[in-house]
Design a protein around this ligand. Sequence first.
Ligand code: KG4
Ligand code: ZN
Length: 337
Amino acid sequence: MRILGIESSCDETAVAVLSCENECDFSILSNEVASQIQVHARYGGVVPEIASRAHCEAITNLVKAALDNAGLKPSELDAVAVTAFPGLIGALLVGVNFAKGFSYQYKLPLYAVDHIKGHIASNYLTNSLRPPFIAFVASGGHTSLVLVKDYRDHRVIGGTRDDAMGEAFDKIARVMGMPYPGGAAMDKLAYDGNHPVQFPSAAIKGDNLDFSFSGIKTAALNYINSVKQKDEELNKADVAAGFTKAAVGSVVTKLEEAFRQYPEIGRLAIAGGVAANSHLRREVGLFCKKHGIELFMPELRYCGDNGAMIAAAGYFEYLHGTPANLDLNAEASRFEE
Ligand code: KG4
Ligand code: ZN
């Protein structure tokens, strides 16, 4: 079967066509992304109204490009999947309404996809991952630990109590004068930090599986301000290295706790924009090696928002779920278990 995936929850309009033969045997026929980063960079973050307008401008041509590059006509598709939640409401509505019109015109079943489940599904695109496994999803808006028992059976076992991990990276980068979003630049810069600033551990004590990034974020901001006040030169690389060490360290601590609580699960998948972080990938790799856990990571191009991951998650809805009606609405905050 062939499925069109549409994503517009934040600052990327993304459309892909997947073909699926057997269970999880995916071929990515096209994968188009129109990033709005340049538009939002001058404001230092995503401006929701501008994001919605940019999605409106991009979506029609992007769907056309995804179909052309896949060499398909709309009538050759079998289904449409669209991110319906969570995300910026105005941005989500662009994708949802386009998908509704498209599915109505071409008489295709429409499937509503949860963005977080989409990120998790990015691991099915090029890996041989099969449930059950634990997923760690970290992006600009989310940080979650999810127990994936089956393709459509997800249980959230941990989340962030304050900031998302990517949001914290972006904030520190911003106050150090780096362009939005600063996560990837922080990743590179951390390699030059020969004397990482020592920040307190970011891991919440106890056997909970929750994360908190506001504490180290504030510690890093205070450190940066105190250096500025003393009129000393800020070693940005040492801040990036120290912040990364504390943030990644807290993730590994909670992964240790998660696998202590679910010893029968021997697989970990990471996903989301922050899953592109090379330090996270390295440290999680070492953790998994030490504990004999099989690790799955999406290719770098599928870590950030993309249509292929939405199409992959939509495929399991197509197999076992119920199509959405034309009264489908977008929701800013919701996780469907
Ligand atoms: O998944 P994503 O593309 O969009 C959301 O759903 O939010 O994630 C974007 C986030 C941004 O905060 C960005 O700075 C962060 O992922 N990010 C990174 C890296 N690449 C992207 N954070 C740390 N290290 C990276 N290499
Ligand atoms: Zn995302």
